[in-house]
Design a protein around this ligand. Structure first.
Ligand code: IPE
Ligand code: IPE
Ligand code: MG
Length: 262
């Protein structure tokens, strides 16, 4: 599942830099988070027009519980009001919203808001929007591994489905094509580790509250200029190799010889 069957893109977005955005303006960090919620709406509105059919937004990591309690509770309240505010808007726009991550550490009111939003938007077919909350990719991988019976065989796609199930996602969610991180940091911070095996990465300096549809468009354009090889050769090299007498083992897109590598 490294290419979505429907040809649409799966983009993962690490929405970073809210605190720095606020600090640069002499505002409390929470103001950065508030403004960050507006940037979420802009990204969601721009995504379908850019060929994105799945968008995974990193909203709160399992490690973000380490932050001061006041900041955590502001983030949770913002999330709850975001869901209440955006629910019908998502529904009208064909957006299916789901939360991926743990739910047992969230407040009952927030869990209700999540379930209500998932129910209200479940028929959305234009964009599958996953909000990663109390999310850890390593935890999802461990949970998926825990579902395997001893000696059970499982290929990569089968395991991807288990990873998806482990974090409450649609099991058929494809791997990620492009991961974007704002704010200049260049790390994954435990986001979609299994799913981004062949993703392209884009690290941009924009702080998340300033992110808009143009940034997303530029990111997708940059992605489309990249050449994804999946371990093969560039198309012209593959063509040249195909015209050479064969003394190799399965170059480019040529099938591997029966019996595997020689
Ligand atoms: C991202 O912004 C939002 C969350 C992680 C919840 P930050 O709060 O990490 O902002 P910086 O990195 O401190 O600027
Ligand atoms: C990652 O950002 C999580 C989210 C964007 C929600 P952090 O700001 O928490 O990541 P680190 O601590 O800089 O790696
Ligand atoms: Mg940060």
């Amino acid at each position: 599942m490294d290419r979505p069957a429907n040809g649409g893109l799966h983009v993962g977005l690490i929405m970073d830099g809210n605190g720095r955005w606020a600090r640069a303006r002499g505002l409390p960090r929470t103001e950065g988070h508030r403004r960050g919620a507006d940037a979420v709406r802009r990204a969601v509105e721009a995504a379908p027009g850019l060929g994105i059919t799945t968008l995974t937004l990193y909203a709160f990591s399992a490690d973000n519980w380490r932050r001061p309690a006041a900041e955590v509770s502001t983030l949770m309240r913002l999330l709850e009001s975001f869901l209440a505010r955006e629910r019908m808007r998502c529904r009208r726009r064909g957006v299916r919203l789901a939360l991926i991550g743990r739910r047992d550490r969230l407040s009952p009111a927030l869990v209700r808001a999540i379930e209500e939003t998932e129910r209200a938007t479940r028929d959305g077919a234009r964009l599958y929007l996953r909000l990663a909350v109390d999310y850890s990719a390593r935890a999802a991988i461990l949970a998926a591994a825990g579902t395997l019976r001893p000696d059970e065989r499982c290929d990569e796609n089968g395991f991807l489905q288990r990873v998806n199930r482990a974090c409450h996602s649609d099991p058929d969610t494809p791997s990620v094509d492009l991961v974007i991180r704002t704010s200049g940091e260049q790390r994954l911070s435990d986001f979609l580790l299994f799913e981004s095996a062949y993703a392209e990465f884009l690290f941009i300096a924009t702080l998340w509250p300033d992110f808009d549809g143009q940034d997303l468009r530029r990111a997708v354009e940059a992605f489309r200029r990249r050449e994804r090889r999946y371990g093969g050769l560039t198309p012209d090299k593959a063509a040249r190799a195909a015209n050479r007498p064969r003394r190799d083992f399965g170059v480019g897109n040529a099938p591997l010889p029966a019996g595997g590598f020689r």
